[in-house]
Design a protein. Structure first.
Length: 276
């Protein structure tokens, strides 16, 4: 069980984060019937299915990164072929759930899975191709699940909601870029040209700050138009706390402090439409 937990990155606080990413789009449509619950479950399975696939694809990287070595050990403990088979099964299961809801949900979940495959696997492997890696990861784990759950819940076209969704995508891109900084040595060893490898850690941290600032403007604007300035202030305050952790040097510190702040902001953004 510990190996499976590590492979799916379900240790605290990631489990809560994934659940919020899967569901918070539905919160903005404020509807939760059986079809929406199944769509959210499809989102959740699709999101976590990318993690064993990533551990399988990153085996060589993680062996050379001290704080990610436990992931390589989990792959070796279970067996690389079994880990790949598990990821494929979970992806098929997520797509089956999505198809059971509607064609819109099926398209959304299908795009999530395609992006995860492109992010992790050769010959495309977008993870090692500069900024395309964090952008694709943010779309797959943040933007698309939001749109999918929102559509499943009958959400209508609303410029304010799209501002919030776009802002969350910008925030997620910054966090994905920041999360890769401690992996710089391992990525460089295997030739992955991530922004931290190509431009240096300071550049990556600065880019994270800029993306976060842009995301805060979009989220704040969307919340203001939809719910008023008080809820916008709550959302921006919750999301901006992440900036306090942008200079943490190790993955352990990032997980303990930075990701905890990110999860709190995700919970707040999910709660605002339900409370406002």
């Amino acid at each position: 069980m510990p190996a499976l937990t590590h492979l799916h990155r379900l240790e605290h606080p990631f489990g809560v984060h994934y659940a919020c990413c899967a569901a918070w789009g539905a919160c903005y449509a404020t509807r939760f019937d059986l079809a929406v619950v199944i769509a959210v479950l499809a989102n959740f399975v699709a999101i976590i299915s990318g993690n064993p696939l990533n551990a399988y694809a990153d085996l060589r990287n993680d062996i050379h990164t001290a704080e990610k070595r436990h992931l390589a050990q989990a792959v070796q403990e279970i067996g690389a072929d079994k880990v790949l088979a598990l990821a494929i099964f979970e992806m098929i299961f997520a797509q089956a759930l999505a198809i059971a809801v509607s064609w819109r949900v099926a398209v959304g979940v299908g795009l999530i899975l395609v992006l995860y495959l492109a992010y992790n696997l050769e010959p495309i492997r977008l993870k090692r191709r500069g900024y395309s890696g964090p952008v694709v990861l943010a779309i797959a784990a943040g933007l698309l699940p939001s749109i999918t759950a929102y559509a499943a819940a009958g959400g209508r076209a609303d410029p304010a909601v799209w501002l919030v969704f776009s802002g969350v995508a910008a925030l997620a891109t910054g966090r994905a870029l920041w999360w890769a900084v401690p992996d710089r040595a391992g990525d460089a060893h295997v030739g992955s040209r991530t922004p931290a490898v190509v431009y240096g850690t300071r550049h990556a941290v600065n880019a994270t700050t800029q993306l976060t600032a842009g995301g805060l403007l979009l989220v704040g604007g969307g919340l203001w138009f939809r719910f008023g300035w008080m809820w916008a202030a709550v959302g921006v305050a919750a999301c901006s706390a992440f900036l306090l952790a942008r200079d943490l040097p190790t993955a352990r510190q990032q997980l303990r402090y930075g990701m905890s702040m990110a999860v709190v902001s995700t919970v707040v953004l999910a709660a605002i439409p339900l409370l406002a």
